[in-house]
Design a protein around this ligand. Structure first.
Ligand code: C2E
Ligand code: CA
Ligand code: CA
Ligand code: CA
Length: 279
């Protein structure tokens, strides 16, 4: 039985039985995915609106399941969060991203930084800082080229502890970005209290900026507020020239989205950077 809140119960339908067994299959496969080398990082370019140049990339994990093909991180990250696999997976992501980004600089692709998504459970791992030190040392990645993306909901649960952890991480010299901003609690108070370097405006506000007056107002005030607090602003999910134009008008610092590039495999990303493509 599934609890629906209150005293209402309903019995599983065959559909939810399927969902359950699919989830169990995924969970089992996920346990072997690391050792079977089924994960890959894709990189989505982040471009400066001032110069039109690529300044960095967000690392996005991909899982190529041997039978099912590509599985979205939206599907398997929550499972990995629940069963604890996110810790080894997250460590793999950090290591790979730092290694790749060091490679970009040593191969003369430019001083490109890398942004890595951190899950809640990973953020709360007591030895995260130690792990990061090890990874930075072993890959030779300079800490100021690493940005960690965290979401609001993850930080607010225990604000004081989160602030301490953020400060400990920042002391290593890396940068902190607040991801999906505007979708959670979004208290302005929090924005001031937490030691962020970068604010990422969620794609739901970027969508249809040219026709949606409310999104225009929200985006405009988010950008000016972030700038008052000395944060750099990245707009994500930019898909059209119209959205880009408005973001530029509001002095957004950087953009990321299909308009400029989809997430790319490491090889494709390097080729894209070498091609000198500009915004
Ligand atoms: P996110 O961090 O908000 O990442 C942005 C998502 O938007 C990515 O989906 C990206 O491919 C997609 N995207 C980028 N540009 C556009 C656009 O112009 N239009 C649209 N419609 N979408 C765009 P993706 O790669 O499927 O990742 C989904 C989520 O999975 C991420 O959302 C993040 O929360 C999580 N995730 C991905 N990689 C990792 C990882 O290595 N670790 C953790 N903990 N989470 C990850
Ligand atoms: Ca992100
Ligand atoms: Ca995001
Ligand atoms: Ca501008």
């Amino acid at each position: 039985v599934k609890q629906q809140g209150g005293n209402h119960y309903s019995f599983y339908t065959p559909a939810s039985d399927n969902e359950l067994s699919e989830r169990i299959d995924l969970e089992v496969a996920l346990r072997y995915a690391l050792e079977r080398d089924e994960f890959q990082l894709y990189y989505q370019p982040q471009v400066s609106l001032k110069t039109g140049n690529i300044v960095g990339a967000e690392a996005l994990i991909r899982w190529k399941h041997p039978q099912k093909g590509m599985i979205s991180p939206m599907k398997f990250i929550p499972i990995a969060e629940e069963n604890g696999l996110i810790e080894p997976i997250g460590e793999w992501v950090l290591h790979q991203a730092c290694q790749d980004s060091k490679g970009w600089r040593s191969q003369g692709l430019g001083s490109l930084r890398v942004a890595v998504n951190l899950s809640g459970r990973q953020f709360r791992t007591p030895n995260l800082r130690q792990k990061l030190v090890q990874i930075l040392l072993s890959t030779g990645c300079e800490p100021d080229y690493l940005e960690l993306e965290l979401t609001e909901s993850l930080l607010i649960r225990d604000a004081e502890l989160s602030i301490q952890q953020l400060q400990a991480l920042k002391a290593l010299g890396l940068k902190i970005a607040i991801d999906d901003f505007g979708t959670g609690y979004s208290s302005l108070n929090y924005l001031q209290k937490f030691p962020f370097d970068v604010l990422k405006i969620d794609q739901c506000f970027v969508r249809n900026l040219h026709t949606n007056k409310i999104n225009v107002a929200i985006t405009k005030s988010l950008i000016s507020m972030a700038h008052l607090l000395n944060l750099k602003v990245i707009a994500e999910g930019v898909e059209t020239q119209e959205e880009l134009q408005i973001l530029d008008e509001f002095n957004c610092d950087e953009i990321q989205g299909y308009l400029f590039s989809r997430p790319l495999s490491l090889e494709d990303f390097k080729a894209f950077v070498k091609s000198g493509t500009q915004l």
